[in-house]
Ligand binder design. Structure first.
Ligand code: SAH
Ligand code: SF4
Length: 370
């Protein structure tokens, strides 16, 4: 089987080139061709010696997931359905804003953690994505958005990446970390650590490993102010309760590129969205330097929750903000392309259609200050 070069970060690529009897700087050249210029054909790579191109032709390939759906919302949000094998598809979502463009990337096909309000979780787990499948989402999105060649890096489309698509990144760090390193690598995507965010439901060993091996911005899906409620909404809390989670967040801040943790909080009508819940959260907020991001619940077929009314969300945010916390509320975007998601999946095989159905409603990243 040929080596998929999208699976290799800079260090692994140098090792691979050493195995071919090549110098380390060849790895950097190749990274630039593949990740900055979006090249997949070795024949294009004009500054690589012909002999090397021949070796690569014989031994390697550049293979991203297959795009099986591409839809653009009225608000410009663009969503790709990406087939990763015969049975699984994942999604990547691009959210353009006036001064930044954010790509939301998936880390697993499905998820093992079964959060009560998440359609990915409800549908079970299929498998971890490979590094190539993770970085391939960024590689493809860059290509599909068109390289802003005349303007250079300052005008690129994708300025931020969030690991907030399908799956729990902290349960797939073997493959997520090399992908993060490529996002940060100046010879690849060159994003700053502050502009790459990993979102976790609170897998503490993963948070610690990320801190040691590749600290980037961290978002933690909190969703409840007490263990009692969080045990029900985010079952992984039974293993890693709030007290321990807050300690892990504090440890993370020692290495983090930002001096706060973002707490995500899904607003579930009548479940976790009262002013009393907000006041209880203040106790948590005092333990860790943090900002809050409130996410109005996105309903899906069979969901047992409803989205909190805007007024309720506003009052909740106000309790936090009065205490000096920064609170943003995610604005729901891309609804219309979500509706089209199931239709797009219908173009591929039956099994893919099933996995497409497990996709969460688009997670939306536009934020509004409370
Ligand atoms: N597994 C990681 C990252 C993926 S989910 C995590 O849980 O953090 C990204 C965010 O979307 C998480 O905060 C998650 O709780 C939230 N989310 C999941 N299902 C949702 C839904 N139906 N409506 C709104 N937000 C949801
Ligand atoms: Fe998994 Fe995150 Fe969904 Fe929970 S919210 S089931 S951790 S993807």
């Amino acid at each position: 089987m040929k080596q998929n070069l999208l699976d290799l970060d800079a260090v692994a690529l140098e090792r691979y080139f050493a195995g071919l009897g090549e110098k380390p700087f060849r790895a950097r050249q190749l990274l630039r061709w593949v990740h900055q210029r979006g090249a997949a054909e070795f024949a294009q790579m004009s500054d690589l010696a012909k002999g090397l191109r021949g070796k690569l032709e014989a031994d390697a390939r550049v293979v991203p997931p297959t795009v099986v759906g591409d839809s653009v919302s009225a608000d410009g949000t663009r969503k790709w359905l990406l087939k990763v094998d015969g049975a699984n598809a994942v999604e990547a979502v691009f959210i353009p804003e006036p001064r930044r463009g954010t790509l939301c990337v998936s880390s697993q096909a499905g998820c093992t953690l079964d959060c009560a309000f998440c359609s990915t979780g409800k549908q079970g787990f299929s498998r971890n994505l490979t590094t190539a499948e993770i970085i391939g989402q960024l590689w493809l999105a860059n290509r599909m958005l068109g390289a802003p060649a005349k303007h250079g890096a300052d005008h690129r489309h994708i300025t931020n990446v969030v690991m907030m698509g399908m799956g729990e990144p902290c349960l797939n760090l073997d493959n997520v970390i090399p992908a993060l390193r490529l996002m940060l690598d100046d010879n690849a995507y060159g994003l700053s650590r502050r502009r790459v965010t990993v979102s976790t439901s609170g897998v503490i060993p993963g948070i610690d490993r990320l801190r040691e091996e590749c600290p980037v911005a961290l978002a933690v899906s909190l969703h409840a102010p007490s263990d009692d409620l969080r045990d029900r909404l985010v079952p992984v809390n039974r293993r890693y309760p709030l007290r321990e989670l807050m300690k892990a967040c504090r440890r993370y801040l020692d290495a983090a590129p930002r001096d706060f943790i973002t707490f995500e909080y899904v607003m579930l009508d009548g479940v976790n969205d009262s002013e009393a819940h907000a006041r209880a959260l203040l106790g948590i907020a005092r333990q860790v330097k943090c900002k809050f991001n409130l996410i109005p619940f996105n309903p899906f077929p069979g969901a047992e929750f409803r989205r909190s009314a805007p007024e309720r969300i506003r009052r909740f945010a106000e309790v936090l903000a009065r205490d000096g916390l920064t609170v943003t509320t995610r604005r729901t975007r891309g609804d219309d392309v979500d509706a089209a998601c199931g239709q797009l999946a219908g173009d591929v095989t039956d099994r893919t259609r099933r996995s497409a159905a497990r996709m969460p409603k688009t997670v939306v990243l536009t934020e509004q200050r409370a």
